[in-house]
Write a protein of this length. Structure first.
Length: 413
C-alpha cells in the first residue's frame, strides 16, 4: 500500500473516532436539555437527535456489509505504449441510502513514479450497482499486477467515515514493440536445421500448401505465376515437405553488461529480439529462446502460435538482473543444440570470453549470428573485434539505438 493511501486510511480512522464522539455528545446534550427544560420542543429535539444517531449507526454498519468490488482489465496482453482500460464495479444488496464512496486504486510499483493512484468519488444514494472506468496510458513493457482496491465511505453529514481494502488481484502483460523485418539472411530459403522430412524440397504441384510473398533468393521455378497475376506482387510456392531453418536465440541479461549504459539499451535488445522472433513466426521457422536471469529460461524450438506467445511472455518479463557470465551460458547451452541450427546471439558486450566462445562455435561448424546493440559509436577496438569475428565466419550486425526505428532488412542486398 502506497504512502498516500496509508495517509488516507489513517485520516479516516481519526475521522471515524471523532465522529462517534460528536454524535454521542449531541444525543447526550439534547437528552440533558429535555430533562431540565421539559416541554414538547426540547423532547422533539432529543428524539430527532436519537433518530439521527440511529441513521448514523445503520450507515456505519451497512457501509461494507454487503458491498462487493470487482475489477476487470480490458485486455490481458498489450503492446508497449498502449493504454489499458480498467473497470471497477461496486454492488450492494440493500437499498439503504449512503452518502459517498471514495475509490483509491494503488498502482503497481513500476508505475508509481509516473502516475498518481486513481481516485474516484461516487454518490450512491439508493443505487445498488455502480461502475467506474479509468485508463492507465502509455504503458512500458513489463508485467503488472493490480492488487487491493481501497474503498472509503461516509455519511451525508460528515460524521462517519470508514475504509476497507478489498483484496482483488489482476495482472496483465505489456509486450515489447517490434519492427516487421522483411528479410533476414538466415531465412533465405536454404535447407538447414534438423526438421525430419520424407524427401527433399519438391516442385511437385501436389505438394504445394500455400503461397507467400517473394523473397530475395527464391528460385524462378518456385514462383506461383497464377497468384502473382492477380496484382498482389510476386508470390512464391510453399511446399508441404519443405525443410525449414531453425533458430535458437541467446539473449544476454547479465547485469554487468548493461551497467553504466543508457537505460534504453536493454529495451533496444528486447525489441530486437521481439522483431526477430516475429520474423521467424511469420515464415514460419521453428525458433527457441534461452537466457539466464535469476532462473534459467530455455524454451525449445517450436513454431506454433502458443509457442510464439510463450516466448513473448518471457520478453515481457525479462530484466537485466542475471549474475552468470554470458560466455558460460552460451558455452553450456550450445552443447545441447544439434548441428545445423542458427544461433542468434543478442548482447551489448564484446567481452573477450564471449568473442572467444563465438569464434569456437563458428569453427565447429555452427551458423552464428551476432547482434551487437550499442548506444555509443563503436570504438576502433570494437570495430576490429567485429572484423575478426566476420573473418571467422560469424555474421555480425551492430545496431545503434537510433537505427531501430528504420530496421527492415538484416543481411542480403
Amino acid at each position: 500500500m502506497s504512502r498516500s493511501v496509508e495517509r488516507t486510511v489513517s485520516g479516516n480512522v481519526r475521522q471515524r473516532k471523532y465522529g462517534k464522539y460528536k454524535i454521542a455528545l449531541l444525543v447526550l446534550i439534547t437528552y440533558v436539555f429535555a430533562k431540565f427544560q421539559g416541554g414538547f420542543a426540547s423532547w422533539f429535539l432529543f428524539y430527532s437527535s436519537l433518530t439521527f444517531a440511529s441513521y448514523e449507526a445503520l450507515t456505519y454498519l451497512l457501509m461494507f456489509a454487503t458491498l462487493e468490488v470487482e475489477r476487470e482489465i480490458e485486455a490481458s496482453r498489450l503492446r508497449d505504449g498502449e493504454d489499458v482500460v480498467v473497470t471497477l464495479r461496486l454492488r450492494r444488496k440493500i437499498w439503504f441510502p449512503l452518502g459517498w464512496y471514495l475509490l483509491v486504486e494503488p498502482l503497481p510499483d513500476k508505475l508509481a513514479g509516473y502516475y498518481e493512484p486513481h481516485r474516484e468519488l461516487l454518490f450512491p444514494g439508493f443505487r445498488r450497482e455502480m461502475e467506474v472506468r479509468y485508463v492507465i496510458p502509455s504503458l512500458p513493457r513489463g508485467h503488472y499486477v493490480l492488487q487491493e482496491c481501497v474503498v472509503s465511505a461516509g455519511d451525508f453529514f460528515g460524521f462517519i467515515q470508514r475504509s476497507k481494502a478489498f483484496p482483488i488481484t489482476n495482472d496483465f502483460l505489456v509486450y515489447p514493440s517490434y519492427r516487421k523485418i522483411t528479410h533476414w539472411a538466415t531465412g533465405d530459403g536454404r535447407i538447414s536445421g534438423v526438421v525430419p522430412v520424407p524427401h527433399r524440397r519438391s516442385d511437385d504441384i501436389a505438394a504445394v500448401r500455400g503461397v507467400r510473398d517473394y523473397q530475395w533468393g527464391d528460385r524462378l521455378s518456385q514462383i506461383h505465376w497464377r497468384a502473382s497475376a492477380r496484382g498482389l506482387g510476386l508470390k512464391t510456392k510453399e511446399f508441404e515437405h519443405q525443410a525449414m531453418n531453425q533458430v535458437v536465440f541467446f539473449f544476454d541479461v547479465n547485469k554487468l553488461a548493461y551497467a553504466g549504459q543508457d537505460p534504453q539499451l536493454f529495451e533496444l535488445a528486447v525489441k530486437l529480439a521481439a522483431s526477430l522472433v516475429y520474423y521467424c513466426s511469420r515464415r514460419p521457422f521453428p525458433f527457441g529462446f534461452i537466457y539466464h536471469a535469476q532462473q534459467r529460461v530455455a524454451i525449445p524450438t517450436g513454431g506454433t502460435q502458443a509457442h510464439f506467445f510463450r516466448v513473448f511472455d518471457q520478453l515481457a518479463h525479462v530484466m537485466p538482473d542475471g549474475d552468470e557470465p554470458f560466455s558460460q551460458v552460451i558455452g553450456r547451452e550450445a552443447l545441447e543444440i544439434p548441428l545445423g541450427m542458427t544461433l542468434a546471439v543478442i548482447t551489448p558486450s564484446l567481452e573477450q570470453r564471449v568473442v572467444a566462445q563465438l569464434m569456437e562455435l563458428s569453427r565447429s561448424g555452427r551458423n552464428v549470428h551476432l547482434f551487437l546493440v550499442h548506444a555509443k559509436p563503436l570504438s576502433g577496438e570494437e570495430q576490429r573485434v567485429l572484423h575478426m569475428l566476420t573473418a571467422a565466419k560469424v555474421v555480425c550486425r551492430p545496431l545503434h539505438l537510433s537505427e531501430f526505428a528504420e530496421l527492415k532488412r538484416i543481411g542480403g542486398v
